[in-house]
Design a protein around this ligand. Structure first.
Ligand code: CMP
Length: 160
């Protein structure tokens, strides 16, 4: 099991797409391990996007991310980072494949609806910016054995 940071961005909230986007993640089998609605402080956005500080779009990115509340989430699942990036599609809406979240709901370059960590290392740096450890679920959902076949992990030769 792996955790990843997802942020439903201001355009997802303004366009009332939160429910439909969350459904995509839930249907796939990802577990919502943390979630809140929050107006981000400028310092948090600057730290989260520090790698883009020198890029020409950075000032606009900070303005956009602080313009309206967002919904940060921790999603948990097998290879959650890679799975979420695939569900999102390419960064820019006009390049994202139909069937992906950005491909189905957006066409913009900057307003791309959702952020997802790009590696497990990024996820472990990004999650503490948005959540305290006590806010993150430790319980296991009841449907887990039906979403994840436990024998896959243990080796199929021992399957009863
Ligand atoms: P995200 O995946 O959160 O990571 C960086 C964000 O910067 C990206 O989504 C977009 O919101 C924004 N972004 C990336 N490239 C561009 C660009 N060329 N012009 C404007 N905004 C961009």
């Amino acid at each position: 099991m792996e955790d990843t940071l997802i942020i439903l961005k201001p355009d997802a909230l303004q366009r009332r797409l939160v429910g439909r986007i969350l459904t995509r993640f839930e249907e796939k089998g990802l577990i919502i391990a943390a979630m809140k609605l929050v107006q981000l402080r400028r310092e948090v956005v600057e730290e989260h996007y520090a790698v883009h500080r020198e890029r020409p779009f950075y000032p606009g990115l900070v303005r956009y991310m602080t313009s309206h509340p967002v919904v940060p989430l921790v999603l948990r699942g097998r290879r959650a980072v890679e799975v979420c990036r695939k569900l999102l599609g390419a960064t820019h809406g006009y390049e994202a494949q139909p069937g992906t979240i950005r491909g189905d709901f957006g066409i913009s370059k900057s307003m791309n609806l959702v952020h997802a960590s790009d590696s497990p290392e990024s996820a472990s740096k990004e999650i503490p910016l948005f959540f305290q450890s006590y806010e993150i679920l430790s319980a296991k959902p009841a449907d887990l054995p039906w979403v994840y076949d436990p024998w896959e992990e243990l080796g199929d030769q021992d399957r009863p």
